[in-house]
Ligand binder design. Sequence first.
Ligand code: FUL
Length: 695
Amino acid sequence: MSKTKFLILFVVFIVPRMIVCGQSNRPAAYGPVPSANQLRWQQMEYYAFIHFSVNTYTDISWGFGNEDPEIFNPAELDCMQWARICKEAGMKGVILTAKHHSGFCLWPSAYTDYSVKNCPWKNGKGDIVRDMSEACKVYGLKFGIYLSPWDRNSADYGKPEYITYFRNQLRELLTNYGDIFEIWFDGANGGSGYYGGVNETRKIDAKTYYDWPNTYKLVRELQPNIVIWNDGGDRADLRWVGTESGYVGETNWSFLNKTGDVPENMLRYGVENGDTWVPGEVNTSIRPEWFYHPKEDGKVKTLPGLMNIYYNSVGRNATLLLNFPVMPNGLINEKDERAALDFAKARKEAFAVDLAKNATATASNVRGNSASYNPEKVLDPNNESYWATDDTVKSASLTIDFGRPVSFNRFLVQEYITLGQRVQSFTIEAMANGEWKTIDKQTTIGYKRILRFATVRSNKLRFTVTAAKACPLISNIEVFNAPQILTAPVITRKQSGDVVITPADPESVIFYTLDGSTPTTQSKKYEAPVETGDGKITINAIAWDAVTKKSSSVTSEKFDIAKKEWRILGLEDSTASRILDGQASTQWYQKDNATMPVDLVIDLGKTEKLNGFRYLPDQNWWAGGIITNYAFYVSNDNVQWQLVDSGEFSNIKNNPLWQTITFMAVSARFIKLRALNNTQNNNAVGYAEVEVLTE
Ligand code: FUL
């Protein structure tokens, strides 16, 4: 072959193939794409919030702005403890409330006296923002700032002068404390406040008042690598997901439109055809509230609850921002620490062994038949490589062959979001007896999607993109067999007397005893609510994992007589039976026109030898109607009443849990719990549960 002929053949046949098969065949970006800052942020996945301010000392949610800095004295404050806990919890950063709505500054701002420089802590020489930024460096954590745009202390709030003040503070925080990865501008803006002593209500338009475009400009000038979170003003880099209870929608697009209001459900799901990349951040607290309240010491989120939050945030294309409230002494409570560390351990165990690591992958379509985009790319550890299909192919399958039967119950998949979020729906199937069986059908993927399902045993798994906006680009797939969460099961007794036992993991087997002994795998197996008659019972139960042969710790519950025959007297309202349903989460309130003293009268159905009673107030955070002062009466005929005890549930405000009162035994068929006062000195009276104790 002549040189010229070879050259012609080379140019005509070989070069185009090289172009098609090589990197020049790289898919084009589709739709909005993340900035480098947003990408870096998304990869952090999980980081902390820390709430601490003057209202930590007044035990309220939002400081009014008139709290005396004298009360701020965290004698044992230790930012290294906060940072250590965050690090050990597997978090990648910390966002600190440098200034919450009260306006009190945790750093010695040059622009106000309302700060740590006028409190007894360190004789006014302290700087918590500095301490925390340094502790973060020591522990290799990124540092972020919450600066409340609303300031209930500032006399200038609502006037143009305040914007200068706000920006001066931003400048201090974004200049003096090293790299800041995220700034948080809360959506609560304007309302009542101290405002320099005038104590009035000031309304602002959160969209225009702060001149966000120029405020953002300043932020980006000072911290070029930052991401901005803003719920109230102009579209920022990140979005609120519309709830603080720890989840985002299963369908979760990382888009919004640049302008226009966003209805709350759109915050939850994103806007499929939005024109701007605005990914969701799930913010929630490890306790019900953001600041520390002693009454929540018994309400730290449980391990199963935290795991749900993880799967419903990081597992749904969002990040997780989990809050620790700091106690008045300046430390994170040990219960919160324990919960965060147990959560870290459980996540580590769930994702310990990637069963897809040594598997092989084949696909129904590979972009240009090129090795650069073959399906094996989803199994390699490089998240910059990805399986891609031809531009025209928007539905395709990828099969993972494990080479042997394996058991699995978690599926993790990631899109290569650098080039956009594309997948609209997908399925996963397992091969069973030569046929594909659907495990799950879902919608979006985005940066990361994790699916949980009942354990499947199979040698092959098929992932199919059923619809996509453009050719799918999948950078990673992992498959796990997460061990069960073996926390002690929850035991409740219904009004009928039947006992319900609920494990944290639906696949756990439950064993129980009714004779006080410790349950083992030889004990009775729980299949359905247990009929236990109407007498007193002690029930012990464990959750057991048949695969690992491990069991949970024992839950032991003692229930007094069942309430099967009980009737609440003098009320038409059938929902009052919530007081007797054994569910702490339901509650009932006396009618609005009831005035103290307010009675609850119950017919026990037959004469019992009573020696006490128990009261559980409404368990909701905003609950009113919590009885503080009571009188307890008994009767045999619902006419003649005998007072057997009266007094106070002393610490019920701080600790609104079960109150148990005992007295000398007395025989009676009717009981009357009289509310004499409540925590708010008004007439509201509510109950989650009422029980008696018998001899
Ligand atoms: C809310 C605030 O009002 C809360 O106090 C808390 O800071 C939370 C993170 O955002 O909207």
